[in-house]
Design a protein around this ligand. Sequence first.
Ligand code: NAP
Length: 248
Amino acid sequence: MADKEKRTIVVTGGSRGIGRAICLAFAGPGTSIFFNYFPEDPEAPVTEKLVAETGGSAKSLCANVTSEEDMSGFFDKVMEETGRIDVLVNNAGITRDGLLVRMKEKDWDDVLNINLKGSFNCIKIASRIMMKQRSGSIINISSVVGVSGNPGQANYVASKAGLIGLTKTAAKELASRGITVNAVAPGFIESDMTAQLSEKVRENMVAQVPLGRAGTPEDVAGVVSFLASEAGSYLTGQVIHVSGGMYI
Ligand code: NAP
């Protein structure tokens, strides 16, 4: 593992929400953070500024995780600037909810492409770099519903369950090169994604949380940061639920 203060961290979808909190959890003097967003986000410079205030640096690029070409260009830029990648966090994700009998093909494809294929694209590129380094941590942001299932989210649940399978396989393929691969499965977390839900739905969700509150992006970011730390270095292929006990 590289000197903690000099690590290069890549976070997909770091402009806001959980992705921003993850960037900030890694931020500190000497740390280089690179994140992308797509299609556009006026919030990206805010994440950059917040990281700079910690003494670290964050650079963002508009790049679509579904495009291998975009992501190759993104990772080339990271390598040009720092020559290494210590941590990859596959966080970018979307929802397009609806009952499966009425689900449009485009809503299925968009969710699977961004949440699952996007993570595959980034793992494929970053793991080649990490294999040469013989070190690295990859953390995939799945979801509690990827384990439990959830009515109205067939596309999202399939993508997040697929991400768990991808995590376990990548963990087995990359372990001998000193690379760990884990998944974090958040429950109900306050962000733009959940702000779209009605007050009634939000109340119902919180009622299912034994700890009695919605999670914060920082609750998730702390666990991601632990998985990429020396203290988390003997974990690989695991799914860590950060859900206040929503799924036990
Ligand atoms: P969010 O606030 O909606 O942020 C999503 C981020 O992903 C944004 O930065 C967005 O960029 C980026 N993004 C979307 N499509 C992209 C693409 N094609 N290429 C690159 N970046 C893209 O979401 P969040 O709540 O923070 O969720 C983050 C992750 O946690 C997701 O994977 C989500 O499924 C997972 N999660 C969330 C919850 C929850 O309760 N919030 C629970 C379980 C799991 P723009 O800003 O340009 O749109």
